[in-house]
Design a protein around this ligand. Structure first.
Ligand code: GRG
Length: 296
């Protein structure tokens, strides 16, 4: 399997499906739908939908079975980015090199576009019921998994813990809590949702959940490393010379070399979580290893 081809084929499929599940820009109220589409189609990597599909495939089912839910996870992710960029939070003008939603459509519309994407996500999860082979019980369980992964026990909880930590001395345990919730919870939920819709057994779901936890930490550590390296490049500093102490990050707390080793450890644990899975889990194994060499 060539991971690059796998990823671009999945991204193309997801982009087509996302288009199908979003109201058109010509539909009233146009500004809302334009704002939703602006952020959904601003060039994301589509990792969460890919994890939903890979979760289902790892237990032997086709990706087509979970396409609506895969889109739902991208909607939840996009809502979180729109809200994260708002002046009340990170106050960012650019995301993925493009103007943020509130910069183009104003704050009020951006807030509502985020709200609409989050609610649309649950509508689209329920649409997964019309896919033959998916049980109503599985869809109900996925509603709960998605809500927990994105809400106060998951991503929103992590975001608030992150805000609360700002300006305080870095605390390693708190940093792990923040990453597990802000970033990891949605990855875990995506994997489990795909598996549950595919009829996976409890031990398979638990193994994918573990994989998601280690994958999430490795993703965050490599994200922090890329940030430091990117900043060093832009500012012309040697890598590692900047103490990014304003925020608790792995490189700030452990240094770059140790952070990379920690990413490797988490990747190894993620791969090991899948030891009882067949070759059908190969994309997940490769995706985890890919984190160590990614440049974006
Ligand atoms: C506002 C409820 C709420 C939550 C915000 C996702 C998030 C929580 C904040 C974004 C800031 C951030 C750097 C989070 C940690 C890492 C992360 C989730 C990065 C973005 O995910 P990617 O790399 O993004 O999958 P793309 O652009 O590929 O979609």
């Amino acid at each position: 399997m060539r991971l690059n081809e796998y990823l671009s084929e999945r991204q193309k499929l997801i982009n087509e499906e996302l288009d199908r599940y979003l109201p058109g820009e010509e539909e009233f109220p146009n500004i809302l739908h334009k704002a939703m589409r602006h952020s959904v189609f601003a060039g994301g990597k589509r990792i969460r939908p890919i994890l939903v599909m890979a979760g289902a495939e790892s237990v032997g089912k086709d990706k087509e079975l979970v396409l609506p839910t895969a889109c739902a996870f991208e909607f939840i992710h996009t809502y979180s980015l729109i809200h994260d960029d708002l002046p009340a939070m990170d106050d960012d003008d650019l995301r993925r090199g493009q103007p943020t939603c509130h910069k183009v459509y104003g704050e009020a519309v951006a807030i509502l576009a985020g709200d609409a994407l989050l609610t649309r996500a649950f509508e689209v999860i329920s649409a997964n019921l019309s896919v033959p082979g998916v049980s109503a019980a599985a869809v109900a369980r996925v509603v709960s998994i998605a809500a927990q992964g994105s809400g106060c026990a998951g991503m929103v909880g992590g975001q608030v813990a992150d805000m609360e930590a700002e300006g305080k001395p870095a605390d390693k345990d708190n940093m792990v809590y923040i990453h597990n919730h802000k970033t990891g919870a949605l990855f875990r939920a995506a994997l489990c949702a795909g598996a549950v819709l595919a009829g996976a057994g409890d031990s398979e779901v638990a193994a994918l959940d573990k994989y998601g936890q280690y994958f999430g930490l490795a993703f965050q550590i490599t994200d922090d490393i890329l940030d430091v390296e990117g900043e060093a490049k832009i500012l012309g500093k040697p890598v590692g010379s900047d103490e990014k102490n304003a925020k608790a990050t792995y490189p700030a707390l452990y240094g770059l070399e140790m952070s990379y080793r920690m990413a490797e450890e988490n990747v190894a644990k993620a791969v090991d979580s899948l030891r009882h899975f067949t070759v059908k889990a190969e994309p997940l194994r490769q995706l985890a290893r890919f984190l160590l060499t990614r440049s974006y």
